[in-house]
Design a protein around this ligand. Structure first.
Ligand code: BGC
Length: 744
């Protein structure tokens, strides 16, 4: 008997000591939770948008009916509201103040698509850190970024907000942004909680129409759309936001598979999930919930911890709990998740913002970082006559086009707080920095990008005819991309195309600089121009960055983070498409070469458009420099690899031209045979390499065999043994294939 007792006691001790000890924060959360009424708990799950006077909001906060407020940016008001929460509400739980700080708060960095074009996670992290420093200085402690939706359809206006088409590039950049926003510790007053959004699949909306449905099978979801979100969890992201779309018939805000199975069980995420704006209520519009009460029940049970603005939780959760339709345990879990982040942010210890601090907006350091990232984000698409950089033989330049001096437009979408008075445009920068070197003529030709008035073009041509080189700044106003700003036509808007055509007719070399929120179908303008620079809306310091690139003080190094289509009809077009049975070859017969009465099968029965062929205008990863680079001596550490091995790829990269420059070396892999068809290529590594003229460096990529894994039809992630191809190149289409094998 004694023995049995002793055994029982021992196993109890072992059992107790195996249970993870609760850390300090979890103990505090439990203690606080035990004191909360159901209504106070539901209050924490409610996010309200700032409205009206403080008095209006005071009562709600005092009663504990608000956990978070979005869109407050005045530090005095934020402190006043926080005082009510901390000192006048029963439990004194601080508010979490949120704002969309997407690519900068005051100092505006390039739109995220431009940041992705840098292929430089270091500078991306730095710009997110600066955004956090500026935003937190007014009391914002939570941003709804990074947006890491894979987007393969430039008609979708929100392509501007993400990192483009590739899961690996998006994963690296998203993780860098998370680290930048959240800093070394979220507890620092300069750190803000990040939010991985929009979970998930939103970038695949049908036809690129915002808010539309998606139909993504699970293995595609897992191989393409989920990886950036998993990378964000690994980077420590504090919060997630559900997306507006329904995937395979289930709106994300009511999707317990993605929110519970994947996010919590597989990835062990312990932060909280917020709905998108009104997306709980919109489940009624989807026809997925019968009414708002039903919507609240579905969202809470699916795992949405906090509701953004629709307030169905406030209204219906109390009765849903009483009716047993939502268990109080569900509410407790949600509140725990929310309080955990509030503790991690240190809000209980330092809830207020110091209103007497020195302003840190637009500091020299912030502007320099903004200039550097803008510079790195610009992509040189064409310069075959070497017009760029502008030579000393150029004495007069004509600056033309609606984007040359458009301070507001160059900030791009989601620049709520950026002040265009601080923006430096290309016209200003060129005049200021290079005005004593060249004579600058300016005639915009069009007042804004949608301007269809042809009168100004005549004036612009007259002025341009007097110059040695024409710099034509075209593109999109900020309003033409972003949320709910989709387009079916991706040609240059207004009369911009006529403007370029008229300038080209002068016979003077035309350098076209595009500033836009997405890739545009600019094949005609590329043909008419001697050189083309593409800048996804470059932000506050876009002007000085572009000026230095034009005059050769800086050398372009950006690469396309998304495929540029020739025509809208080619969309979706992306490099990592699956292998098919009848791929097109270079010899496809295009429409004008098809003879009359040609036989039905005479075109060869392969996959291409008779009017657009199969290849894009510019592939993923593409971008030129003023100098040239040569890859050589590419060696693999082994050509037969086993599970657990590391493949080391070594190569030499030489600057073979006469300018110092930076090449983005890219490593792609193809899995030759799979249990499901596999992409033709997948980006696995990239590195920016700086080289002086004539300089050669040996570069090393390390790729663990485990990173060749993918999800098969049974949703199992595994490396399938067999043959692989590998490329090291300057874009997704170049390079020589090297074979290797994986054997188990
Ligand atoms: C957008 C989110 C954004 C939220 C709050 C929504 O309409 O989809 O990306 O964070 O509004 O402003």
């Amino acid at each position: 008997m004694k023995k049995i007792l002793a055994f029982g006691l021992a196993s109890l001790l072992i059992f107790t000591s195996c249970k993870p000890a609760k850390n300090d924060t979890e103990t505090k959360i439990d203690a606080l939770l035990s004191r909360m009424t159901l209504e106070e708990k539901i209050g924490q799950m409610n996010q309200s948008s700032s409205y009206g006077s403080i008095e209006d909001m005071r009562m709600m906060i005092k009663k504990g009916e608000v956990g978070s407020i979005l869109n407050e940016i005045d530090p005095d008001r934020i402190n006043a509201l926080q005082h009510v929460a901390v000192e006048e509400s029963r439990l004194g739980i601080p508010l979490l103040i949120a704002r969309d700080v997407i690519h900068g708060f005051k100092t505006i960095f390039p739109i995220p698509l431009g940041q992705a074009a840098t292929f430089d996670p270091f500078v991306v992290e730095k710009s997110a850190r600066i955004a956090a420093i500026e935003a937190s200085s007014v009391g914002i402690r939570w941003t709804f970024a990074p947006m890491i939706d894979i987007a393969r359809d430039p008609r979708w206006g929100r392509i501007a907000e993400g990192c483009g088409e590739d899961p690996y590039l998006t994963s690296v950049m998203g993780a860098a942004m998370v680290k930048g926003f959240q800093g070394d510790s979220m507890n620092l007053p300069t750190s803000i909680a990040a939010c991985a959004k929009h979970f998930v699949g939103y970038g695949a909306v049908e036809g690129g129409r915002d808010y539309n449905s998606t139909f993504i099978p699970e293995h595609l979801l897992r191989n393409v759309y989920l990886p950036p979100f998993e990378a964000a969890v690994k980077a420590g992201v504090a919060t997630f936001m559900t997306s507006f779309n329904d995937n395979n018939g289930v709106p994300s805000t009511g999707n317990s598979f993605i929110l519970k199975e994947v996010l919590r069980k597989e990835w062990h995420f312990d932060g909280f999930v917020v709905s998108d704006w009104n997306s709980v209520g919109e489940m009624v519009n989807h026809g997925f919930a019968a009414d708002y009460k039903d919507a609240a029940r579905i969202a809470a049970n699916a795992g949405v911890d906090m509701e953004m603005v629709s307030a169905t939780y406030m209204k219906y959760l109390p009765e849903l709990v009483k009716e047993g339709k939502v268990k109080e345990a569900v509410i407790n879990d949600a509140v725990r998740n929310i309080l955990r982040i509030k503790y991690r942010l240190g809000l209980f210890d330092h809830p207020y913002v110091d209103v007497n601090r020195k302003s840190i907006m637009y500091t020299q350091e912030h502007l320099e970082c903004a200039k550097r990232i803008s510079e790195e984000s610009v992509i040189l698409l064409k310069d075959d006559k070497h017009v760029l950089p502008l030579k000393s033989s150029v004495h007069t330049i004509a600056i033309v086009g609606p984007m040359a001096d458009a301070p507001y437009e160059q900030m791009g979408t989601w620049a709520f707080d950026g002040d265009s008075a601080h923006t430096v445009t290309p016209l200003e920068a060129i005049r200021e920095v290079y005005g004593n070197q060249v004579k600058v003529l300016y005639e915009p030709g069009l007042a804004y990008s949608r301007d269809k008035n042809l009168q100004g073009i005549v004036k612009a041509v007259t002025v341009a005819s007097q110059a040695d080189v024409i710099l034509a700044f075209v593109g999109e106003e900020a309003i033409l991309s972003g949320e709910a700003h989709c387009l079916a036509d991706l040609n240059l808007q207004g009369a911009q195309s006529q403007l370029i055509a008229a300038l080209a007719k002068t016979g003077k070399p035309v350098v076209t600089i595009v500033m836009a929120g997405r890739p545009l179908t600019i094949g005609k303008e590329v043909d008419e121009s001697a050189a083309v620079l593409y800048s996804f809306h470059p932000g506050t310091m876009g002007g000085p960055a572009i000026a230095d690139l034009l005059f050769g003080k800086a050398v372009p190094s950006g690469k396309t983070p998304v495929t540029f289509p020739k025509m809208v009809g080619q969309i979706p077009i992306y490099y990592a498409h699956h292998r098919i049975g009848r791929p097109a070859t270079r010899n496809e017969t295009l429409i004008d070469r098809i003879p009359l009465y040609a036989g039905q099968t005479s075109l060869g029965c392969t996959s291409f458009y008779m009017d657009a062929g199969f290849d894009p205008l510019f592939p993923f990863g593409y971008g030129l420099s003023y100098t040239t680079f040569k890859f050589s001596n590419i060696k693999l550490s082994a050509t037969q690899l086993k599970k657990g091995d590391m493949l080391t790829v070594t190569f030499d990269l030489k600057n073979t031209g006469s300018y110092g420059g930076t090449e983005v070396a890219q490593l792609y892999v193809q899995d030759k045979v799979g249990s499901v068809t596999r992409p033709v290529k997948e980006l696995k590594r990239f590195k920016r390499v700086n080289l002086l003229p004539g300089e050669k460096k040996t570069v090393v990529f390390e790729l663990p065999v485990s990173e060749l894994a993918f999800y098969n039809m049974n949703e199992e992630k595994m490396v399938e043994p067999g043959d692989f191809g590998l490329w090291v190149a300057d874009d997704s289409q170049n390079g020589k294939e090297l074979p290797f094998k994986v054997k188990f």
